[in-house]
Design a protein around this ligand. Structure first.
Ligand SMILES: Nc1ncnc2c1ncn2[C@@H]1O[C@H](COP(=O)(O)OP(=O)(O)OP(=O)(O)O)[C@@H](O)[C@H]1O
Ligand SMILES: CC(C)(CO)[C@@H](O)C(=O)NCCC(=O)O
Ligand SMILES: [K+]
Length: 249
């Protein structure tokens, strides 16, 4: 079995696939390294022979995780590394090492699945949009705060924006003007995300007149999916790219 990890800023997404890559056996989302090892300890029938991961955390945090994986599972995790090119896909950053590895892998995954120009939007702690041309040129992208950061900034920098988490979830059933703080903030922030995605779509239409594929990924992708009717929502997009960047043969 192959253990795959996508270590984001807030959550670790993990999954276990068969060695030939054809079956997805287990999957989960955890909010800390400790919770990851707890989940793996109770995973039924787990026998990990290989491991690959991508991390946007600090090198020290990533190294610590790799060391713990070695201790507890006896595997040496292969970590995705920055690259200026993989196959026909070229990294568009001035310094390719600076492009977030989750973005790079999502771009590799999207181009692999789409085989044409792509707009890739990842909605997590941060929201990112990346453009890839039909020939595989990554043209760069945009980064803005994601939903969790927008909410937190509002409550951190105001006195009276306070509401219950449960009420917040209910507030998103519709997007009418809010009539409570929870509704006003939750819907306002979702409209920011939707507006951002709509703008990226306009940019892609201008840049790729011959057509393009839109890929949405990340925990909040569902909140924007109907802004782009033809979009493919691919929760595992980073893992698709991880398999391309880190083949385990
Ligand atoms: N099962 C889930 N577990 C955790 N978060 C979830 C889940 N489903 C949806 N979400 C939402 O997903 C968002 C987090 O997204 P995601 O897990 O893609 O990114 P992340 O790891 O926090 O950050 P990064 O962008 O660095 O990868 C949160 O806003 C959260 O509300
Ligand atoms: C933007 C995030 C936080 C999204 O997870 C990550 O891709 C990252 O830390 N990127 C480094 C900065 C950049 O991509 O320009
Ligand atoms: K991510």
């Amino acid at each position: 079995m192959i253990l795959e990890l996508d270590c984001g800023n807030s959550f670790i997404k993990w999954r276990v696939i068969s060695v030939d890559g054809t079956q997805r056996l287990l999957a989960g989302v955890v909010d800390s390294d400790a919770a990851l090892f707890e989940s793996l300890a109770v995973a039924p029938g787990l026998r990990v022979s290989r491991c690959r991961l991508v991390s946007v955390r600090s090198d020290a945090e990533t190294e610590q995780l790799v060391a713990r994986l070695r201790e507890s599972l006896g595997v040496d995790a292969v970590c995705a590394q920055p690259a200026s090119q993989v196959g026909v896909v070229h990294n568009g950053y001035e310094d390719f090492r600076r492009l977030g590895l989750d973005r790079w892998l999502a771009v590799l995954g999207a181009y692999h699945l789409g085989q044409r120009a792509c707009l890739v939007v990842d909605l997590g702690t941060a929201v990112t949009a990346d453009f890839v041309s039909a020939s595989g040129m990554h043209l760069g992208g945009f980064i803005c705060p994601g939903l969790p950061l927008m909410r937190d900034q509002l409550s951190t920098h105001t006195r009276r924006i306070r509401y219950d988490r449960q009420v917040a979830l209910a507030a998103l059933q519709e997007l009418e003007p809010g009539r409570s703080t929870a509704e006003a903030v939750e819907r306002g922030c979702v409209l920011m995300l939707r507006g951002f995605v709509a703008e990226q779509l306009l940019q892609a239409q201008a840049r790729f007149p011959e057509g393009f594929e839109v890929f949405l990924t990340g925990g909040d992708a569902d909140l924007v999916r109907d802004v782009v009717p033809g979009a493919q929502v691919v929760p595992d997009l980073v893992f698709v790219g991880l398999a391309i960047a880190c083949p385990l043969s």
